[in-house]
Design a protein around this ligand. Structure first.
Ligand code: PLP
Length: 486
């Protein structure tokens, strides 16, 4: 098969866009979670690649026949699991333009627009979220788009490790024994980062949480004092704004005071909740960030209408970050880099190469405007609030943590409904979850909250309206009634 001609590209491109538009129209009629078993998709595909090129029609036919049944529909209006991964028309089109340009933006010189548009959109987002001016490219720091919050937190740790070792870690690998502080509710990506960075999980302190599942700053302080006394070098504390299990918020201000006293890097992981700060009424979540955070990450791909992947990461001081990650081989040398007048984003991430992700975030910010983004967040928070009210009004259920933004964690009170003990109750909750998700009508996930199994219900898919939330609640109630009868 020869190259696809521009006319062929146009023809199939229109069909693909039509396909995506139709998908958006009908996604609500599909089972939310894929109903396939392991191996079904692979089994439906040929074992060997084609020797001769095929028509794109054949690819599109297999998309419907093989791929779609194996897709879990994250854009389904009844998707309430994990944190929804937001997509939107403008983001899809922005991503398509990025593919069309096919740019690899490792250096400013490899495409100035790729770097400078990114600098502008992350500065815009910092302003929309009321993050401190230090975090912008006009200040001492700046932001960048990473593939995920996991990568951003690893990069934060590498910068923190660099600062704590005075750069010794990059020279000799010798850092002394560095320690990192998280809470029992911190996302698992931090432990992964600690492992990848070579700090070792034994040097990660899991600080206890209070009754709100938030890190206890006094316990953190004691842990740091004890480690310093034992000869360790505390490198980083990760505070979470919106934990994954329940949306709990660590006291960033109190934690920040501890960090400042001991000279420890404060990274704030706001992967889910951070974007809610587009609304002034939710900015108190970030209390302390402006005064104390060294780095901050939030994911527009979780709740700001931007297709995965788009995780925005800011630092207050770009020095340690670039110090940790910049290596300049001869083949990347160029006049712009040498002039010092440009940002080379390869120094802000692990890989060298990078996509032109700014196009999709730019498309989203321009299409919705700040007002449209606020409306999206507010309507989800309002739906979650009303859902929590329904839960609270039914004495067969309880919320196991305060509802936070779009997230409600709940459980049926099986002890009361079925007269069973806690262990049997947790098993019934787990069975309920399987049955609800197997139905294809909705999709929830679960968490352990204070040792008990809870359902996690997160409103955030762009297509979700109150009627879908209400229908999900009726499904959950009916599921409980059926299990109680059986
Ligand atoms: C989802 C989540 C992450 C991981 O996000 P990715 O972008 O998927 O890596 C990290 N931290 C928190 C608090 C999260 O909720």
């Amino acid at each position: 098969m020869p190259d696809m001609t521009p006319d062929e590209f146009r023809k199939y491109g229109h069909r693909v866009v039509d396909w995506i538009a139709d998908y958006g129209d009908r996604v609500g009629e599909l089972p939310v979670r894929s109903q396939l078993a392991p191996g079904d998709v692979r089994g439906a595909l040929p074992a060997h690649p084609p020797e001769h090129g095929e028509s794109f029609d054949a690819v599109l036919a297999d998309l419907d026949r093989v791929v779609l049944p194996g897709v879990t529909h994250w854009q389904h209006p009844s998707y309430f699991a994990y944190f929804p991964a937001n997509a939107s028309g403008p983001a899809i089109l922005g991503d398509l333009l990025s593919s069309g340009l096919g740019v690899q933006g490792m250096l400013w010189a490899t495409s100035p627009a790729c770097t400078e548009l990114e600098m502008v959109v992350v500065d815009w987002l910092a302003e929309l979220l009321a993050l401190p001016a230090d975090f912008t490219h006009a200040g001492t720091g700046g932001g960048t788009i990473e593939d995920s919050a996991s990568s951003a937190s690893l990069v934060a740790l590498l910068a923190a490790r660099h600062r704590a070792s005075g750069g010794e870690v990059e020279r000799s690998g010798a850092t002394g024994r560095q320690t990192v502080y998280v809470s029992s509710e911190t996302h698992s990506s931090l432990e992964k980062a600690v492992r990848v960075a070579g700090i070792g999980a034994d040097n990660m302190r899991v600080v206890g949480v209070d009754e709100n599942l938030a890190m206890d700053a006094a316990v953190l302080d004691r842990a740091i004092v004890a480690d310093v006394a034992a000869g360790a070098v505390p490198a980083m504390v990760c505070a979470t704004v919106g934990t994954t299990a329940t949306g709990a918020v660590d006291p960033v201000r109190a934690i920040g005071e501890v960090c400042r006293r001991h000279g420890v890097w404060l990274h704030v992981d706001a992967a889910y909740a951070g974007v809610a700060a587009v609304c002034p009424e939710f900015r108190e979540l970030n209390d302390g960030v402006a005064d104390y955070a060294d780095s901050y990450v939030t994911d527009p791909h979780k709740w700001l209408l931007t297709n995965f992947d788009c995780s925005v990461f800011w630092v207050r001081d770009r020095g340690p970050l670039v110090g940790a990650l910049s290596v300049l081989p001869e083949y990347l040398r160029n006049a712009a880099t040498e002039s010092g007048a440009v940002v080379d984003y390869r120094d802000w991430q692990i890989p060298l190469g990078r996509r032109f992700r700014a196009l999709k975030l730019w498309s989203v910010l321009r299409w919705y405007g700040a007002a449209g983004l606020r409306e999206h967040i507010r309507s989800d928070v309002e739906s979650a609030r009303r859902f929590a009210e329904l839960v609270a009004a039914d004495d067969r259920f309880e919320t196991v943590a305060p509802p936070r933004l779009g997230l409600v964690c709940l459980r049926p009170r099986w002890e009361r409904i079925a007269g069973v003990d806690a262990a049997a109750a947790d098993e019934l909750t787990a069975r309920l979850l399987v049955e609800l998700n197997d139905s294809g009508a909705l999709y929830l996930s679960h968490a352990k909250v204070r040792g008990r199994t809870a359902l996690r219900f997160c409103v955030g898919a762009p297509a979700t309206r109150w009627r879908h939330v209400e229908a999900a609640w009726e499904r959950i109630r009916a599921g409980v009634a059926e299990l109680a009868d059986s």
